[in-house]
Design a binder for this molecule. Structure first.
Ligand code: 13P
Length: 259
């Protein structure tokens, strides 16, 4: 089977940037150039406070809306948290889970992320499950071991019939926001490992349908090469997703590889 079964997903993780008005301005710019194309899936993940405003302006376009986190419980006494149902109510369809910043600053573990992944799937959201090694782990040649254990831990108990809703994002921690990117070969090696794990868990046909994104200083000038790798099916983009021009250029690389 080939890469052609998977549509590229170009996703912007805006992190804690842009208030609602700024978010609307950015999405309007994206919409002008990307809002009516269907060759590549385009996703924006603004902060919670901008979801509703952004949802209101992308409703007639092909741009999808994602959140950056959620709580696994459907409701209750969890101050400061939001549930899958609350997100879906705002027309959110994707949710980033287990980002390395949440692992690092909020002590999220694979087991906790796993509860969120299962809750997202139950709540009809597509989880973007983030994995990736730190610099220390890479230097100790533990990358494959660390990523394997994260993938297995985060995906435990995912029912096979829902696996095609999953997206995995490989984000080497040392490449996030640093300007250092994994070489296409380094990234492909880990993506192939992840595809292998997905095959073991869900079978070959399903594993070929699941998109695996690369994240970590993806920019217009390195996107084409990264995206041309066999198992790289898109990007989870931080810094470069905050400027319409840069984000659209990355999307153009995916489009060029799709046609
Ligand atoms: P940068 O693109 O800024 O390196 O961030 C990547 C990332 O963390 C996306 O989730």
């Amino acid at each position: 089977m080939s890469k052609a079964v998977r549509k590229y997903l170009i996703a912007g993780n805006w992190k804690m940037n842009k208030n609602a008005a700024e978010a609307v301005d950015l999405v309007k710019e994206l919409q002008l150039e990307a809002g009516d194309q269907f060759l590549v899936s385009v996703l924006v993940c603004p902060p919670f406070t901008a979801l509703e405003s952004v949802a209101g302006i992308i409703e007639d376009s092909s741009i999808h809306l994602g959140a950056q986190n959620m709580h696994p419980e459907p409701s209750g006494a969890y101050t400061g948290e939001v549930s899958a149902e609350m997100l879906r109510h705002l027309f959110v369809t994707f949710v980033i889970l287990g980002h390395s910043e949440r692992r690092q600053y909020f002590n999220e573990t694979d087991a906790f992320i796993n509860t969120k992944v299962l809750a997202a799937l139950n709540g009809s959201l597509k989880p973007i499950v983030c994995v990736g090694e730190t610099l220390e782990e890479r230097e100790a040649e533990r990358t494959l071991e660390v990523v394997s254990s994260q993938v297995k831990g985060c995906l435990e108990g995912v029912p096979e019939e829902k696996a095609d809703q999953l997206v995995i994002a490989y984000e080497p921690v040392w490449a996030i926001g640093t300007g250092k990117t994994a070489t296409p070969e380094m990234a492909q090696e880990v993506h192939a490992l992840i595809r292998g794990l997905l095959k073991e868990q869900f079978g070959e046909v399903m594993a070929e349908r699941i998109r695996i994104l690369y994240g970590g200083s993806m920019k217009p000038d390195n996107a084409y090469e990264l995206l041309s790798q066999e198992d790289i099916d898109g990007g989870l983009i931080g810094g470069a997703s905050l400027q319409a021009r840069a984000f659209l250029k990355i999307m153009e690389s995916a489009r060029a590889l799709s046609s």
